[in-house]
Design a protein around this ligand. Structure first.
Ligand SMILES: NC(=O)c1ccc[n+]([C@@H]2O[C@H](COP(=O)([O-])OP(=O)(O)OC[C@H]3O[C@@H](n4cnc5c(N)ncnc54)[C@H](OP(=O)(O)O)[C@@H]3O)[C@@H](O)[C@H]2O)c1
Length: 429
């Protein structure tokens, strides 16, 4: 068997320890699969003395993670620190500039700097792999780069954040409020102490941006993608969704349209027979539509020690085998910047839910306002009395633009008969 392949690991938290655990447990199996033994040589984290539940005494310790990139005895470096900049970016750059293979699980790093790092990796002929950055244990990057390489991709839609899907599942199945379920998710360790990044959709946005780069070979600006999280969702809307034949899911979407590429994150009403509707709890799922293959769906655990480390080790084995493909699925030096679509170019069917005074003429007033705004009503529903007073009025629209839908909701909100700000959700086709 060939010489040992030596790796360095920066970051020994949830994922870093998971990677060491797999390499320890499956050493022989992985050596056979890779064609040579794979060994950790050096590691870096902040606290040298922390008990991590795995024995790291046999590895060289580096206080500075970037120092790993300066060592001649390492063939590959794994970055599991996190953050879009700081030591993660410095390590990625130093590693690739030195022509060394680089593996990361860091979605923020790849969303903000993936295109530049891919150019550097191409120039230095250094492998750059990041399977764990999107949907954790599900090999969706590999699917896009390799298995589906013969397709023109038209649409990707995914449940990309397990915390949000867990909260939405509990809100729906147990009929509990968002705040209540979030508190429980934090207690159980499903949600971070500061859950903002997950529940406001930013984590999903990073992943959607990475998928868009791979599928459409253009570079979206992360901060221009429209992002709406699940914080404002009311159980009333989850109940109406069920009544209308939908589930509400937080979707990260990348779609080719006539006007350009749409990249966005929003809670959406997903039809019950849609492949993503039945995905429960913290599970992730990604639907990819290709012109030759049609619709393909990938489902599995999107986070956690084992699943994420599984994806990282898969990347390591690929590189040891010499099986690498361009980081973004093609040469990265001439990828155009993606021009974000504006609200008048983004079309959808919408769900609008109003709490209104139970008075004669209110429905007509609402319908007239929608008609004046050129928003066509597909369905209208009114049920019983709202516990908070008044009645709920639910409208579904035919396809219209985000701009028109937002304008109409703003205008509705100004009517005297509207008792609380309207809820607006996209309906997934
Ligand atoms: N956890 C998941 O389920 C999951 C899923 C998919 C992707 N990811 C991604 O994987 C990466 C790692 O996540 P994680 O959950 O393993 O994070 P974590 O548990 O917070 O671990 C982070 C590690 O980085 C080390 N670190 C932080 N700052 C450092 C610095 N300046 N220099 C050296 N080491 C430093 C920490 O050291 P100390 O231990 O000494 O403090 C810790 O070992 C992130 O990019 C994350 O987005 C995680």
């Amino acid at each position: 068997m060939a010489d040992t392949y030596n790796i360095g690991i920066a970051g020994l938290g949830t994922v870093g320890v998971g990677v060491i655990d797999i390499l320890n447990r499956h050493g022989d199996l992985l050596a056979k699969r890779a064609g040579r033994p794979v060994a950790v040589r050096a590691v870096s984290a902040r606290d040298r003395h922390r008990d991590r539940g795995v024995d790291i005494s046999g590895y060289d310790w580096c206080d500075d993670p970037v120092a790993l990139a300066r060592r001649d005895d390492l063939d590959l470096i794994v970055e599991l620190i996190g953050g879009s900049d700081g030591p993660a970016l410095a390590l990625a750059q130093a590693c690739l500039e030195g022509g060394r293979a680089f593996v990361t699980a860091n979605k923020a790093l790849m969303a903000y700097h993936g295109a530049d790092l891919a150019v550097l990796a191409d120039r230095m002929d250094a492998p750059l792999a990041y399977e764990a950055a999107v949907a954790g244990g599900i090999p969706v990057i590999k699917a896009l780069k390799e298995g589906l390489a013969g397709n023109e991709i038209s649409h990707i839609s995914g449940i990309l954040n397990g915390t949000c899907n867990y909260i939405l599942t509990k809100m729906e199945e147990d009929r509990r409020d968002f705040g209540d379920v979030l508190a429980e998710a934090q207690q159980l360790g499903y949600a971070e102490a500061d859950p903002t990044f997950d529940i406001d959709g930013h984590d999903s946005a990073h992943k959607a941006v990475i998928l868009a780069m791979l599928a459409f070979h253009a570079v979206p600006a992360v901060d221009t993608a429209p992002v709406v999280g699940i914080r404002a969702l009311d159980t009333v809307d989850i109940d109406y969704a069920r009544e209308l034949g939908y589930k509400i899911k937080l979707l990260g979407t990348a779609r080719r349209t006539e006007d350009g590429i749409e990249v966005c994150v929003h809670p959406a009403m997903v039809p019950l027979d849609h492949a993503l509707a039945g995905v429960r709890d913290a599970t992730n799922a990604v639907m990819i539509q290709g012109d030759a293959v049609g619709e393909t769906v990938y489902i599995g655990p999107g986070a956690g020690r084992g699943p994420t480390a599984s994806a990282v080790v898969g990347d390591i084995i690929d590189i040891v085998r010499g099986h690498t493909s361009p980081a973004l699925g093609r040469a990265a030096h001439d990828l155009p910047a993606m021009v974000p679509l504006d609200d008048a170019q983004r079309f959808a069917n919408f769900y609008i839910r109003l709490r209104v005074n139970d008075a004669v003429g209110v429905v007509a007033e609402v319908a007239q306002l929608l008609s004046d705004a050129d928003v066509s009503i597909d369905g209208l529903l009114q049920r019983g009395r709202a516990a908070k007073g008044g009645v709920y009025l639910v409208i579904t629209t035919h396809a219209t633009t985000e701009a028109r839908a937002a304008d109409v909701v703003a205008a509705l909100d100004k009517l005297d008969n509207i008792l609380e700000p309207p809820a607006l959700l996209r309906i997934e086709a």
